[in-house]
Each structure stands twice: as C-alpha cells, then as structure tokens.
Design a protein around this ligand. Structure first.
Ligand SMILES: [Zn+2]
Length: 369
C-alpha cells in the first residue's frame, strides 16, 4: 500500500512512498549483511545502490515533484541513501579485514615445518682452501698465476734443472701423453708455472699458483693420482732465505692461527739451492705435547711439528731458463700440498674422503675450510 507522497501532488509516486523506501532499505541492509565475501557484497551493492536500484529510481522521481514536495521527499531519500552507504561501507570494511586476516594465515610461511628439501650444493673444501690461501697472498700484493695441466716436458723438468736421469721422469712416476716420447705430460707439480710467470712478467715477480697436479699413483689412504698444490714464487733484487721464512710464517698464521710458525729443515730439490723442507708448528698443542708427561697430541703425534711442504732459493739455472739475470735477481719458492693442509686441519686420516665426493664430508669441511 502506498500513501500519497505529498498533499500538493495529485499523482502518487510509488517509488517515493515511505513504505517503498523502507522496504528498499530493509532489503538492501539484509543483502549487505548476508554477503559473506567481497564479491557477494559487490553484487549486493550493484543491486541496492546501483543505477537501477529502487533508491536510485526514487531519486530520479524527485525531479518530477513540485518544489514543495521535493524537499521533504529528497530528505527521506537521502536519509535512506546515507544509511545504506554507511551500512555498505561497514560491511566492506569487515569483509576486507576478514580477507586480510585469512591471507595472512593462508600465505604465512611456517619456519618450524619439517625441512625435507634436498640440501643445496656447496663448493668443494679444496676449492675453498685454495681460494683462502690465494687471498692471503693477494692481500700482500702477490698475483695469482695459472698454467695448463697438460705441460711440456721442458717446462716441467728441463728448465727446472731436473736432469734427464732423474727418477721423477720415469714412467712409473709421470703420466706421459701419447706418444710417450713426444715430450708432453700431465704436469707433476705446479713449478712449471714459475717459469711461465717469469717468462710472461719478467722480474720482479710475486706469484702464487694454486693448481691440480698428476702422478702415476694408485689411490689409497695417503696417495692420489691427482692432487692439489699451492706454489709460491718471489723474484726480486736482494731477496734472501729470511724473506722466505717471514712469508711462510705469515702464511702459516693466516691459515692456522696466531702463534703457528714454520721451521725449515735442509733438503735437496734440483730447482732450489739451498733447499729446505717446511714444517708447521702443531696448531693444536703448539709443541707442548713433546714435554715429558704431556698428553698425547693426535694431530702431530706428539712430535710438535707437521710436515707441510718444500721450499728454497730459486736455482740460478731456473732463473736463466726464464731469461732472468741471476747476478741481479734472487728469488725464493715454496710448494704446499693442499690435501695435506686440509687433512691436517680436519684430522682426516684418509685422502679418499676428499676425492670420493661424499657430500657429508665435503659439506662439513666446506663450512669451515
Ligand atoms: Zn700437536
């Protein structure tokens, strides 16, 4: 039933009647309240506040009213519109908050969930220790040099003052490429890079050479046919054994901690004169396990020192091979086994742990290499 909307208007405008407006308002409020998500609310908005909604139609009817009736009807329509808009906004705010809360829960990352992914790969500890050792020397202004693993016999042996009769050249030690008398081999040490560096750079020259070398050996607990060396070479005017010692001590401290120094024992190598073996003060007991009554040290077997590598003053013949004047320049060189360094650091007894690719070993060592 609709009542006359205005005493001055003979025409009844149904859309503007109080009852119709109240009904439209109830329907709209019910629809906004019933919406359980933002899509449903948008549909309700279009139906009850859109262009074709009853309230919109009522509003359009206002223009047809005589001025006296328009103000009153307009006020009523506006009241309904205001109420509906407020109700819609309240519903929207509530649903948006609910959606945000749901997204936070559904898309949250639970860091306490069990971890079942394949662990990411890591670099091999030998690679890491080579980089670390190289860094020590780069920090002193040295350069990192590289050379080929397939090498000329002349650079691997002759130019390094290793005579033809030397046992190292024999087939049981060296891997020769076909034909066996072709003068090409897999380098047995990183020392040929000394010559390559000197030939390329001339003197003065400060290079460190990390690299892979090859020997004719079967793989067992202490031998591998492929292993890694770190070679160092310094050639300049006035260098002496004292410079060699200082460099080795600094290197040892950088790798094994403060107070770990080196000692030199006389030996013989064809490419250095004089030559010396390099021992490392045990970085676990610092030599104290040699005292009477002291506890046994596994790392150095209570000897206080650990064999580390070889060293010496570069032989004048080697300098001459590289076109460097031995009357003006002197140099020192040293070579350290990387596997031995790593095995010492981690108390490994078997070199095969480093080459067989067991990720548990390499990951554990890689973390602290
Ligand atoms: Zn010790």
């Amino acid at each position: 039933m609709s009542a006359p909307n205005d005493p001055y208007d003979p025409k009844e405008v149904a859309a503007l009647s109080t009852d119709e407006l109240a009904a439209a308002q109830r329907a709209a409020l019910a629809a906004f309240e019933a919406a359980t998500d933002l899509d449903q609310l948008a549909a309700a908005h279009s139906a009850h506040l859109g262009n074709k909604a009853p309230v919109a139609l009522a509003r359009r009817e206002l223009g047809a009213l005589p001025p006296q009736a328009r103000a009153d009807a307009g006020r009523r329509v506006n009241e309904v519109l205001t109420a509906l808009t407020a109700s819609y906004e309240a519903a929207r705010t509530g649903l948006e908050a609910a959606r945000d809360e749901r997204v936070l829960i559904e898309e949250a990352v639970d860091v306490t969930l069990p971890w079942d992914m394949t662990p990411p790969g890591g670099r091999h500890p030998l690679t890491l220790v080579q980089e670390r050792t190289s860094d020590v020397f780069v920090a002193m202004g040295w350069e990192v040099a590289e050379g080929p693993e397939v090498e000329a016999e002349w650079l691997n042996f002759d130019a390094l003052n290793i005579p033809r009769s030397h046992s190292a050249r024999e087939a049981q030690d060296t891997l020769w490429l076909d034909p066996p008398d072709g003068g090409v081999l897999l380098r047995t040490h990183t020392s040929p890079v000394q010559l390559r560096a000197l030939l390329a750079r001339g003197a003065p020259c400060y290079v460190v050479v990390p690299g892979r070398v090859y020997r004719q050996e079967a793989l067992d607990a202490t031998h591998s046919p492929v292993f890694h060396q770190l070679e160092g070479l310094a050639v300049d005017e006035g260098l002496t054994m004292a410079d060699l010692r200082g460099t080795l001590d600094l290197f040892a401290e950088s790798m094994f901690g403060a107070g770990v120094r080196t000692r030199l024992r006389p030996d013989h190598y064809p490419f250095t004169e004089p030559s010396a073996d390099v021992d490392l003060l045990c970085w676990v007991c610092h030599g104290s396990s040699t005292e009477p009554g002291a506890e046994f040290c596994r790392t150095c077997r209570s000897e206080g020192w650990i064999e580390w590598g070889g060293s010496g003053m570069v032989h004048p013949v080697v300098l001459q091979s590289a076109g460097v004047d031995p009357d003006r320049y002197t140099g020192y060189a040293f070579g350290i086994g990387m596997e031995r360094t790593l095995m010492s650091r981690h108390d490994l007894a078997d070199i095969r742990d480093l080459v067989e690719g067991d990720v548990r070993v390499t990951t554990a060592l890689g973390r602290e290499a």
